[in-house]
Design a protein around this ligand. Structure first.
Ligand code: NAP
Length: 322
């Protein structure tokens, strides 16, 4: 009998075709994310699972799996999967780093440019019929990028790629990680290592690129916002839960910080009535960090390759832990 694979959402046609050659596949249609009850009933007897970053694969769900060999997530983030427990149960976990690095760094930089130069705000002004007078000395003024300090929290794959973009715009780049990168790498990127405290107090723009973990959960909160410059901007393309959203809303409203560009939120999708949508000094994107035609196709390719390897008892190309 053919091995079974459950996909919590559809993927590109070429990926489905590839999977169908080898496996009996079932693609969830309907409500997204797949309801936990359905996920739990499917995980019971499948050999492989393809999931997305909003599908919660916790210990209780993993415990129901009787034949599961591999979980292949269509994302670089894997905070939605209990990877430690999967390892204990000898279930492989594949993910999709590298192929989405450029696209995500580009999106972070787009949010940075948009926040500082107020492009989306201007677009809204025109669409709302509020652009009445041209070219005033103080109309819709933004902020220069040149000479400003960009603070990158998490100088990993995406953080380093963002640093290159910022250098091309003549920004100074400082960063903080738990461990410092090599001096040679620092020199070639033109970045300076600082403590978290210095990062938050010295930066004109902070861009977050850490994964969501117990350590980074709500790392940005009112205490941090109060230490940031009141002229500073926060860019987040990592995970919404790294920021205390309630505190951020207050900080933006009270101008404790100047503005924000956000691709990720505590609970996604956010609705039209979400308090963030009422603020003028925030640019919002619907979690599109890796969303380019080319990148999403490469991610689908890796997701299938990771699954295939795991189904054969082998380590995925990009594997978390095991
Ligand atoms: P990565 O290469 O693993 O980089 C993560 C960086 O964060 C590393 O430099 C790491 O350095 C640092 N870090 C981890 N924990 C930290 C902590 N507690 N304090 C300070 N620094 C810490 O990951 P990546 O590929 O750049 O991706 C980063 C994240 O972006 C992903 O986990 C994902 O959640 C998110 N993402 C979002 C989108 C989107 O669509 N918006 C797309 C792609 C990725 P140390 O280990 O030395 O601390």
């Amino acid at each position: 009998m053919r091995k079974k694979v459950f996909l919590t959402r559809t993927l590109h046609g070429f990926a489905l075709k590839e999977l169908k050659k080898k496996y009996q596949i079932e693609v969830h249609k309907g409500k997204i994310p797949v309801p936990q009850s359905k996920l739990r009933s499917k995980i019971k007897d499948v050999d492989g699972l393809i999931c997305f970053p909003y599908d919660k694969i916790n210990k209780e769900t993993i415990d129901l799996a009787e034949n599961l060999k591999v979980i292949s997530t269509y994302s670089v983030g894997f905070d939605h999967i209990d990877t430690k427990y999967a390892k204990e149960k000898k279930i492989r976990v594949g993910y999709t780093p590298e192929v989405l690095t450029d696209a995500t760094a580009d999106l972070a930089f787009s949010l940075l440019l948009d926040s500082l130069r107020r492009v989306s705000e201007g677009d809204k002004i025109i669409r709302d019929g509020k652009w009445k007078v041209i070219y005033g000395a103080h109309d819709y003024v933004g902020v220069d990028l040149q000479g400003k300090t960009l603070g990158i929290l998490g100088l990993g794959r995406i953080g380093q790629t963002l640093a290159k973009r910022a250098k091309a715009f003549d920004m100074k780049v400082i960063y903080h990680n738990r461990s410092r990168i090599s001096k040679t790498k620092e020199k070639s990127l033109g970045v300076k290592y600082v403590s978290f405290e210095r990062l938050i107090t010295q930066s004109d723009v902070i861009s977050i690129h850490v994964p969501h973990t117990k350590e980074t959960d709500k790392m940005f909160n009112m205490k941090v916002f109060k230490k940031m410059k009141d002229t500073a901007f926060l860019i987040n393309t990592s995970r919404g839960k790294v920021v205390n959203e309630k505190d951020l809303i207050v900080a933006l409203k009270k101008k404790i910080i100047s503005g924000a560009g956000l691709d990720v939120f505590e609970l996604e999708p956010i609705s039209k009535s979400h308090p963030l949508t009422k603020l003028q000094n925030v640019v919002l994107a619907p979690h599109i960090g890796s969303s380019t035609k080319e990148t999403r196709a490469k991610m689908a390719e890796i997701t299938v390759k990771n699954l295939n390897l795991g189904m054969n008892g082998k380590k995925p190309i990009y594997s978390v832990g095991y």
